[in-house]
Design a protein around this ligand. Structure first.
Ligand code: T3D
Length: 262
């Protein structure tokens, strides 16, 4: 069992903590495999009703471990398309297709793929001291892990291009005011606040929340008509869920609902 990603389960929340703090939680292959296994568990295990992703130490994630890419060691240039195909792309897809909320607590610097993984999560909070850096431009690469997709969607082309072309750090407060993330919170409060949010969502109507996530994501490529039809279909499904019946009954009985995620 590798400790490159710590995994903890409580109150329906699977907490995954990137844990290579000496490298600001940069990704090596092992960390990729363990993180992926965590998200696969979240898919397969019905008792997991929300995921919280964060990092150990002073950084959230510095992207690819560049120690594994040292050109001075000689040999042919690495095939970066292969690692994108094998590791980063599947991770982003797993986060996006998981029909459960994924909360990200960006505890410190998020650079390169580390920044874009944070942006792929459903609700991203960041410590006030955290920074988002599209570091790729500094080493001749292109933003990956969905960055060229999420940045223009979240920020518009002007800000997306400026961040990606300059690799200038963006502080958490500005990221929140620009709509890149949900909010910036005091460093000392970040984990508690993210945990409270994840726990609250994990106690929610998971099926309905999952379909809500799917619908909002589908809007990126759907016409209004397609989206209206999708809403109709999803509402039909949600209307058949036990949690919907419980939600309405609880409202009428003036009590708190007890959702089971079904
Ligand atoms: O390769 C492929 O498969 C393609 C996929 C690419 C995806 C990508 O993510 S490419 C982008 C890779 N990431 C970067 O370019 C970021 C590199 N890191 C930095 O620019 C800086 O470390 C930060 C801005 C993130 C933080 O700066 P600072 O001053 O707070 O910390 P530091 O001193 O630079 O880093 C602390 C330690 O972490 C340091 O180690 P040391 O000197 O104490 O032994 C540093 O070398 C290490 N570290 C930080 N980032 C990485 C790293 N080691 C390996 N790889 C890293 N990405």
């Amino acid at each position: 069992e590798s400790d490159t990603v710590l995994s903890a389960f409580a109150d329906g929340v699977l907490t995954l903590t990137l844990n290579r703090p000496d490298k600001l939680n940069a990704f090596n292959e092992e960390m990729h495999l363990v993180l992926r296994a965590g998200f696969e568990r979240a898919h397969a295990d019905a008792s997991v009703r929300a995921v919280l992703l964060t990092g150990a130490g002073r950084g959230f994630c510095a992207g690819q471990d560049l120690g594994d890419r040292d050109p001075r060691k000689g040999g042919a240039p690495p095939d970066l398309g292969r690692t994108i195909e094998l590791f980063y792309n599947p991770l982003i897809r797993l986060i996006r297709i998981l029909e459960k909320p994924v909360i990200c607590a960006v505890n410190g610097v998020a650079a390169g793929a580390g920044a874009n993984i944070a942006l792929a999560c459903d609700i991203t909070l960041a410590a006030r001291s955290a920074r988002f850096i599209q570091a790729f431009a500094k080493i001749g690469l292109v933003p990956d892990s969905g960055g060229t997709w999420s940045l223009p969607r979240l920020l518009g082309e002007a800000r997306a291009k400026a961040l990606a072309l300059t690799a200038e750090p963006l502080d958490a407060e500005t990221a929140a005011s620009w709509g890149l993330i949900w909010k910036a919170v005091d460093d000392a409060a970040l984990l508690d606040e993210a945990k409270a949010l994840a726990t609250k969502l994990a106690a929610g109507p998971t099926k309905g929340l999952g379909m809500t996530k799917r619908a909002i994501q589908a809007a990126a490529t759907n016409s209004l008509d397609e989206q209206l039809e999708l809403e109709r279909d999803l509402q039909r499904e949600a209307g058949r869920s036990t949690d919907y019946a419980e939600g309405v009954a609880a409202f009428l009985e003036k009590r708190k609902p007890e959702f089971r995620g079904q």
